[in-house]
Design a protein around this ligand. Structure first.
Ligand SMILES: [Zn+2]
Ligand SMILES: [Zn+2]
Length: 349
């Protein structure tokens, strides 16, 4: 089978790999959709020879990328229980494997395991940009029949991350929420926050992305490239500022503006990866009784909840995708995604 490998500094190669066979506790999934996610760009752009990306240690040798895998189970290991997986089952992958036995792992948060180096499928273990993917059966999350494979791919990271962050900060119909960044995660946050009843102020420096945010239900849009976002949010909230703010961009200035534009007693949530932020603690945090929240992806249970919520509320997850590619177009696909002006991309396999 052919798989997509990042070689550093925006280099990408399609390499040949043997088709995997399952070990005792594994399954093999025939990939149907494999999404492109913002954190893939950190890997794609990494300097050649750099051994860790966003705090995750890389593995020796070529690794197939793609951490939003979704497909059908085609082979099952000898020790896999019939309740865990069956041939032909439509599945997403919770793309992490820890020790499986600590409290983090047993509560469905294998990415938080402190006992062993965590395997991240599509980062330091083979991922979904290929034909077949071997993963432990305990990483599977069933895909409801009502959702497409590409919707499942989005929920397997980008959309699931947005949904999980909104749950962590307890978004409700009482809240005005400002979302900094309207890339795939920010736009999904706009989509889910509207379904949860919030008033949404969407921010991005790309005008096409703001247009899409409007189409996804954003009540107000602000372009920080041409308008002071803190002043704009103050005005839109009649001087009160937002109840909650969310940064999906990872940009230091956007992070600070998200802190500055939340109300007294408000909550600001970090979702965007990488980099730093310098916070003047007394005026920005202490004097305003602020709560800062960090939210990294989701548990396998929340992933399933996100899928169920999407079905029950009629969320059009597929609407996030502006580009559909085949694996042989991977080089072009990542060149387009690297510009960060369009919507989300997915490989259909
Ligand atoms: Zn563990
Ligand atoms: Zn991701």
């Amino acid at each position: 089978m052919r798989g997509v490998v990042f070689t550093g500094e925006r280099g990408l190669e399609l390499m040949d790999f043997p088709d995997p066979t399952p070990d005792a506790h594994d399954v093999v999934i025939e990939m149907k959709a494999s999404g492109m996610c913002g954190t893939d760009l950190h890997q794609y752009r990494r300097p050649k020879g750099q051994t860790a990306v966003a705090g995750i240690q890389a593995k020796e040798g070529p690794v197939i990328v793609g951490h939003e895998p979704c497909g059908v189970v085609v082979a099952i290991g000898t020790a896999v229980d019939a309740r865990e997986a069956r041939i032909g089952q439509r599945v997403m992958v919770h793309h992490y494997q820890g020790c499986t036995q600590c409290n983090q792992c047993r509560s469905g948060w294998q990415q938080l395991c402190q006992e062993v180096p965590v395997k991240v499928y599509g980062n330091n273990e083979h991922g979904g940009h290929t034909k077949y993917l071997k993963v432990p059966a305990n990483t599977l999350v069933p895909l409801p029949d009502e959702l497409s494979f590409s919707a499942g791919a989005a929920i397997a990271c980008g959309s699931g991350t947005a949904y999980s962050a909104l749950r962590r900060i307890g978004v409700s119909g009482n809240d005005t929420l400002a979302i900094f960044g309207q890339g795939p995660v920010g736009l999904a946050a706009t989509q889910y926050a509207k379904a949860m009843g919030a008033k949404v102020i969407a921010l991005d420096i790309s005008q096409p992305r703001l247009e899409r945010a409007k189409a996804f239900g954003a009540d107000e849009v602000v372009n920080p490239g041409s308008t002071d976002p803190v002043a704009a949010i103050k005005e839109l909230t009649h001087g009160r500022f937002a109840d909650l703010t969310l940064d999906t961009s990872g940009n230091p200035e956007a992070r600070l503006n998200a802190i500055r534009s939340v109300k007294v007693w408000g909550t600001m949530c970090f979702v965007g990866e990488g980099g730093e932020v310098h916070i003047d603690v007394s005026p920005l945090l202490l004097r305003r009784q602020l709560t800062l929240v960090a939210s990294w992806t989701f548990s396998n249970v929340i992933q399933a909840d996100c899928a169920r919520f999407s079905v029950e509320r009629g969320i059009d997850v597929d609407k996030l995708f502006t580009h559909r590619w085949n694996i042989e177009q991977a080089d072009e696909a990542y060149k387009v995604f690297d510009k960060q002006v369009d919507g989300k991309g997915v490989f259909l396999i």
